[in-house]
Structure formats: structure tokens, C-alpha cells
Design a protein around this ligand. Structure first.
Ligand SMILES: Nc1ncnc2c1ncn2[C@@H]1O[C@H](COP(=O)(O)OP(=O)(O)OP(=O)(O)O)[C@@H](O)[C@H]1O
Ligand SMILES: [Mg+2]
Length: 623
């Protein structure tokens, strides 16, 4: 071993050591270091820079590693014996006992390869969570622990009780603890039905978290509907084959597994591909055009004012044709049935849904007719209603030829409707194709993946999502009404399923940029969010671009799973939007590893850093 020459002013390293040892003995004699009663450290005197609710704790050298970040401690104040609970939010740091860490001596010794290690102690910063009252509840502290109060570490069981992090939908393990599970209580109405956001940069672990959540929610008997924009979740019935996931699973003593047989259905639009054509429960579906509110269509197709005006005019003409041809209200029906049709129309809110029996070919014909009038071109109808004398009569009678104007606006409306029509996704029915029945998505313990990976145009994806939101909400309302009626009649009935509706790539559907242009859509989402609380319908928004989500959405969300966010501006905006997460946790956001997340839910005492369980099911990798 090479000898390091002692730094200037110091005769020998033995000299330094004896000086430090002396300091150390004195410190111990003063009682600043832990007494042997199970405590791991003691609180330090406050300094001018000390802050409320934050206290510095000194640890003996041998206890240094016993207070990792995020672990919980109890401080029993010297003298008044008040008990405080706190969480380690910075450190553990190692500091030399008597010299400054950056003193010439220590720097020289370290950099010249000396093997002399001066005595040192640990320091952690503890954020006070509250004062523990006699009944075990926590109240905001009015005082702070006095200096040199002993500090004890809470064991896992006690930590779990304090953090209230348990829940039957297990998410993962708390960071800073050995084996402290974190979960979501699926039965609590104050948690999932108050909506969740899962945010994080690309590759931060969002999809894995979603897959894990789905798997847990399915097992807990919830009805899960997932809007899968990229077809990522279309293989969840199979166990994961990803080597890294399997290794991470086995580290946690978990097994790769797909969803139980029969508990997943994969829906995809008719005439569109699916990301997994081999799925055992694949179902093609088509949308009912009549269900779409004309206003939703306008927003989704991004029609401008003159175009919207023409679209609505055509929509009204088409309604006239449906009435005059006896399509709706039904001309052939009995008087009671016709009355009920009229009643239905009286209550119809066209901001919610469209006119019964409305079809896209009819609307397209009406628009083409108007276009042909202004452009003086020939018109030939395609739809069956306009091939009847009553139909064409109704159209020509009601149209005000002088006010039509502008071939270009009519032409534009016609071309967007044509694009929609060419997709052939509305009102199709055959042995293989069903109209989407939303009530059938509300099966307990069942996952419905709506694969939109090949929808062909964003507008279409958004139309499908809008239709699903509306349809699922309506179906859930109906189930509740039925349930309440039956229960009112004294019957023993099972309550409606708890529903979880997950929207991947939520920023594409709900964007801050578009919200001005899509007020109806936003109101619809807000309404579902509000009613969802009463009707057990929880929304989950997933996005890597939280900055593109309208701020209003954050007002609807109460729970967050925040994966790594590297953009400081995005992180700071979120910090202003989401309350209750302390600075120590926010600081860690840019440095989180894939699969780690800050988890903030209403049932928890405080937000926690969680290492999310790897997903047992197969995720399709997207390049
Ligand atoms: N909980 C986890 N445990 C172990 N590894 C994980 C975990 N979560 C994510 N990973 C790793 O990180 C990778 C990316 O995760 P994932 O696809 O879930 O991220 P993402 O946020 O959905 O990304 P994107 O924005 O591209 O959709 C995974 O393939 C896996 O290797
Ligand atoms: Mg993803």
C-alpha cells in the first residue's frame, strides 16, 4: 500500500483520527447520538433555514442505512412525549463528524487514495405527516419535536396501517420499504369512480401499469372497457413471453398469466383490421349512426360554421323524410306505439344522441341533393327512403332552394360524409357483425378491448370513443334504474357491476387545442365523470402528453399514477395542477425508472413512490 503524505498543517493521519475520535466521544457524551432503546437516530437542533413540517434527523454510523428514502419514522419528543409521524424525504446522507465534508483534509485523503475513513454520521430530512393522537389518528402538528428526540423506524405492518395503502387491486410495492404492497380498494366509491389519470413519458411504463390494473380489476369482478387506440392490449388473454417481464415477475414471486378463458372479448370495427385476428373471442361491430348526436358529428369532423349550418339543415331535412315516409315515428305501428315514438321524440336531446333510424346514406343523399341544386347538377338517390315518392316529395317540398347557397360548403360537407361512408362501419349487420350493444360490455369480471388500431382516420376513432362513452353511460344508468326498481320491489338483486373505462392516448381524443371547438364532447365527458360517481363508472385517462389534455380534465380526476416525466415544464405545470404531492416526490419524477411511479389516491394518507408490478399478460410491442 502506498502511504499518503499528510496534508499541510496536519502532522499525521493518526493525528486527524485522534482529533475526530475525541469529537465523536464528546458528541456521544452529549447524547446527540441514538440511545440503545431501538431508536435509529435523534432530531437535530433547528437552524435559521429550518422549515415547518420538516425536521433534520441525525443517525449513528451503524444506523445510517436504516432510514431509506420514503420510509416512515416516529419521533417521540423529548420532554412532552408528543408523538409525531414522519416520512424520510431526503437522504440518507453521510457526513463526517467533526470536519466539513469539503475540507482540504478530507478531500485530499479521498483523492490521494488514502484508506483512512474519518468517523461519520448519517443525516436524513423527515417531513412530518402529523402528530399521533391517543386514538391513533393524525392531526396537523402545532408544535415540533424538540432537539435530540429519539427517532424510531416503523415496521412494515405499522407503515401499512399508517399509509393506508392497501387495496384489493394490487399495483405494486412501495419504494423505501421491504414488502409493503400498494393497492386500490375496488369497492370504495370514493376512489375509482372519482377518476384516474396515468401519465408519463414514452416508455415510462404506462401500458404495463394499465395491463396490471386491468388484470387486477378483472379478478376483482369489475367490468373493464378499454379503448385501445394502438391494439396494444389485444393479447392479454395470453401470458407474457417478454423475457424481461418474466424475470421481473419471478423476482416478485409472481407468475406470467393471461386473463382467464372467457373473460375477454376483442371488439373491432367491421371492415377494419384488428391487431390480433387470432383472438379466440373476436367480435366485429358496427356503429348505429342514429345514435350519434349531429353535434358530435360536427365536432368530430371539425366542420366550420358554414359547413355546420348546412349539415344541420340537411339533418333536419332528413328528419322530415323519415317522418314523411313513416320510418320514424313508425307509420305502420299501432296508435300506442306511434304515441310512444312521439313521446320519445319529445324527450330527445340531440346534443346527446341522433334522430331514431337516421342513416348516413340518407343524410349523404340529402346533402348531395342540396349540392346538386346549387351546382345545377344531376341528382340520383341511393338510399331507400328517397327512392319512394313520399321520400323525394318530402325532400323537394321542404327544401328552400333560394337559401341553399355556396356549392363549395355543400361540396365539402358531402366529401367528408363520403369519407365516412366509404369506411362502411355504420349500421351493418350480419352473422359475424353486430351493432355494438353497450349493455353487453358491462359484464362483471369481463374485459372488453375495443381495438381501434386500424380505424383509418382519427375522426373515426373519436366518433367511436364518443359513441362508447355515451352508450356505456346510458347502459349503466339503465342498469341502475332497473336495480333500484327491483330493490324497491323488495327483491334480492345483485348490484350493477363496477365499471372501469380506460381511454389510452387520451390526448388525441380530448385535446386542449380542440376543446374550444369540441364543447359538446367535453360536456359529455364531464357529465359522465359527474354521474359516474353515483353510478359506479370510473374513467381512466392514459397519456404521454398530459400537457395536451385540457386543464378541465384534471378537475375531474382525483387519482394519479405519475410515471417518469422528463420535460421540466410539463412536470412543473402538473405540480401546479395536482395537489398533495410534496416537493421531495416531485423532484424524483424526472429520474423514475420504467415501472416506478408516484401514486396518489384518495384512500392513501399521502402519495407514495411505488414500484409497479410487472404485467402478467402479453402486451403487443409497438415500434
Ligand atoms: N412495472 C414494470 N416492471 C418492469 N419493467 C417495466 C415495468 N413497466 C415498464 N417496464 C419496462 O419498460 C418498458 C416500457 O413500458 P411500457 O410499454 O409500459 O411504457 P409506456 O409508458 O406505455 O410506453 P409508450 O408511451 O411507448 O406507450 C417495458 O417494455 C418494460 O421493459
Ligand atoms: Mg404504452
Amino acid at each position: 500500500m502506498t502511504m499518503v503524505p499528510p496534508p499541510e498543517g496536519v502532522r499525521s493521519s493518526a493525528d486527524v483520527q485522534s482529533r475526530l475520535e475525541r469529537d465523536f466521544q464528546e458528541t456521544r457524551a452529549r447524547g446527540a447520538l441514538p440511545a440503545p432503546d431501538g431508536s435509529i437516530g435523534a432530531t437535530m437542533f433547528d437552524q435559521p433555514g429550518s422549515e415547518d413540517n420538516s425536521i433534520t434527523v441525525l443517525l449513528g454510523r451503524d444506523k445510517l442505512q436504516m432510514a431509506p428514502a420514503q420510509s416512515l419514522v416516529r419521533i417521540i419528543s423529548r420532554g412532552d412525549q408528543r408523538r409525531y409521524l414522519g416520512v424520510v424525504t431526503a437522504g440518507p446522507f453521510a457526513e463526517p463528524d467533526s470536519l466539513r465534508a469539503d475540507s482540504n483534509i478530507l478531500v485530499t485523503v479521498a483523492t490521494r487514495g488514502g484508506d483512512y475513513l474519518p468517523s461519520f454520521h448519517g443525516r436524513v430530512q423527515v417531513t412530518l405527516m402529523g402528530e399521533e393522537l391517543a386514538d391513533g389518528t393524525l392531526s396537523p402538528p402545532r408544535l415540533r419535536p424538540l432537539p435530540h428526540s429519539p427517532v424510531y423506524r416503523l415496521d412494515e405492518k405499522e407503515s401499512m396501517a399508517v399509509l393506508k395503502s392497501a387495496g384489493d387491486l394490487r399495483l405494486g410495492l412501495a419504494v423505501g420499504h421491504e414488502q409493503l404492497p400498494v393497492g386500490i380498494p375496488s369497492q370504495m366509491k370514493s376512489v375509482l369512480p372519482r377518476h384516474t389519470a396515468i401519465l408519463g413519458t414514452t416508455g415510462s411504463g404506462k401500458s404495463t401499469t394499465v395491463a396490471e390494473l386491468i388484470c387486477q380489476a378483472q379478478a376483482a369482478g369489475m367490468a373493464v372497457v378499454l379503448l385501445d387506440v394502438e391494439g396494444e392490449y389485444t393479447h392479454l388473454h395470453q401470458p407474457t413471453t417478454d423475457a424481461r417481464m418474466r424475470a421481473s415477475l419471478s423476482e416478485r414471486g409472481l407468475e406470467p398469466r393471461g386473463l382467464p378463458a372467457g373473460s375477454m372479448t376483442l371488439y373491432h370495427l367491421v371492415n377494419r383490421e384488428t391487431a390480433n385476428p387470432d383472438h379466440p373471442a373476436r367480435q366485429q361491430f358496427s356503429l348505429q349512426f342514429a345514435h350519434l348526436s349531429p353535434y358530435t358529428i360536427i365536432e368530430m369532423l371539425e366542420l366550420n360554421d358554414p359547413q355546420s349550418e348546412r349539415f344541420l339543415y340537411a339533418y333536419d331535412l332528413a328528419k322530415g323524410v323519415l317522418r314523411d315516409t313513416g320510418t320514424f315515428p313508425r307509420g305502420t305501428a299501432s296508435k300506442e306505439e306511434r304515441d310512444s315514438d312521439e313521446q320519445f321524440l319529445l324527450q330527445l336531446d340531440e346534443f346527446e344522441r341522433g334522430y331514431p333510424r337516421m342513416t348516413l346514406p340518407l343524410l349523404l343523399d340529402v346533402v348531395t341533393y342540396c349540392y346538386s341544386v346549387v351546382s345545377k347538377s344531376e341528382f340520383r338517390p341511393f338510399c331507400k327512403e328517397l327512392k319512394t315518392p313520399e321520400g323525394i316529395d318530402s325532400l323537394t317540398k321542404h327544401v328552400d332552394k333560394k337559401s341553399l347557397q355556396s356549392a363549395s360548403s355543400w361540396g365539402k360537407v358531402r366529401s367528408v360524409l363520403w369519407r365516412l361512408q366509404r369506411l362502411k362501419i355504420f349500421d351493418q349487420r350480419s352473422n359475424e357483425v353486430q351493432l355494438l350493444r353497450h349493455a353487453s360490455l358491462l359484464k362483471p369480471g369481463h374485459l372488453s378491448v375495443i381495438d381501434l388500431s386500424d380505424s383509418g382516420m382519427t375522426e373515426l376513432t373519436n366518433i367511436v370513443i364518443a359513441d362508447l362513452l355515451r352508450g356505456i353511460q346510458e347502459a349503466q344508468e339503465n342498469t341502475y334504474t332497473e336495480y333500484e326498481q327491483q330493490r324497491g320491489g323488495g327483491n334480492e338483486v345483485a348490484p350493477p357491476p363496477r365499471v372501469l373505462l380506460i381511454i389510452e392516448e387520451a390526448h388525441e381524443f380530448l385535446s386542449a387545442e380542440r376543446i374550444e371547438k369540441t364543447p359538446i364532447l367535453y360536456q359529455q365527458v364531464a357529465r359522465i365523470a359527474k354521474r359516474g360517481r353515483k353510478r359506479w363508472l370510473g374513467l381512466v385517462f392514459v397519456t404521454q402528453l398530459p400537457q395536451h389534455l385540457p386543464r378541465q380534465i384534471f378537475g375531474l380526476v382525483n387519482s394519479y399514477i405519475l410515471h417518469k416525466i422528463s420535460d421540466p415544464q410539463v412536470a412543473s405545470t402538473l405540480q401546479k395542477t395536482i395537489s398533495g404531492i410534496d416537493a421531495g416526490l416531485w423532484n424524483r419524477l424526472p429520474g423514475l425508472a420504467p415501472g416506478q411511479a408516484i401514486v396518489s389516491f384518495p384512500h392513501m394518507t399521502r402519495p407514495m413512490l411505488v414500484s409497479i408490478d410487472p404485467a402478467p399478460g402479453q402486451l403487443r410491442l409497438i415500434d
